[in-house]
Design a protein around this ligand. Structure first.
Ligand code: SF4
Length: 240
């Protein structure tokens, strides 16, 4: 675990920098140890563009759950082609997912929160842990505005569950900041965003939302849970 003073100092520095400058600083401080998880959402596409444009030494990966939208796969292919990047894809462990589907059913996530969390664990959380293994900084596209759960997050904070420093360079960006950046830089994005899909995950667990609804309202809409899949667990105690 990293010293909390070190994290605090880094946080103070990052608060003064733009996302681009912040990512460059983190790459300088932790050469070869910075990874970025992209789900191909608008925030992640902006970060990918920053990495590519500035030729920053960040390892980029995505989690293919096997249940993504066609549009997401198409965007992945277009992004790799446009920016000439190596985006590594992680998959669920074959035997585990085969066993789960055989015993619980292909769409068992609709039947209980327990099944939904088990599916997310096998298809997302476990592959994420493999991707983060041995790295020091995990960069994400989280923004505070996205949901109530994310308001307490910091630009950089210790992720106890994954034992890694989590860096959220776009944390303070508003939706307008993000959309302007995407437009100005002609960044490719998922066409589903233009059809009311704000936060896009797996196809059977994502739907479009109405104007004014919470950005996460279209995820697992049949549940009243916190709309998180276990990838981003935030401890409001500010534990470092
Ligand atoms: Fe499974 Fe749905 Fe979670 Fe995707 S979002 S991993 S399909 S429960």
């Amino acid at each position: 675990m990293m010293e909390s003073n070190t994290i605090q100092n880094l946080l103070l520095q990052l608060e003064e920098l733009s996302p681009q400058e912040g990512i460059a600083l983190v790459c300088d401080l932790f050469p070869g140890d910075v990874v970025f998880s992209t789900s191909l959402g608008q925030e992640d596409q902006a970060i990918t563009e920053i990495i590519a444009k500035n030729n920053l030494a960040v390892e980029i990966f995505t989690l293919d759950t096997g249940r993504l939208f066609y549009e997401t796969y198409d965007l992945l292919a277009r992004t790799i082609s446009k920016y000439r990047l190596d985006i590594k894809t992680y998959y669920p462990e074959t035997q585990t997912i085969e066993e789960f589907v055989r015993t619980e059913g292909i769409n068992s996530f609709y039947e209980s929160v327990e099944n939904r969390k088990a599916c997310c664990f096998i298809r997302k959380v476990a592959p994420l842990k493999r991707a983060l293994k041995g790295k020091k900084i995990w960069m994400t596209g989280l923004r505070a505005e996205q949901s109530a759960n994310r308001h307490g997050m910091k630009l950089i904070e210790w992720d106890e569950g994954n034992q890694i420093l989590k860096f959220n360079p776009l944390l303070h960006w508003t939706m307008d900041n993000l959309l302007n950046y995407i437009q100005e830089n002609k960044i490719p994005y998922n066409p589903l965003h233009d059809k009311g899909y704000v936060s896009i995950g797996c196809a059977p667990c994502t739907r479009a939302i109405m104007p004014g609804e919470d950005a996460r309202a279209g995820r697992w809409w049949w549940e009243s849970s916190q709309k998180e899949c276990g990838l981003h667990t935030h401890e409001p105690t500010g534990k470092k």
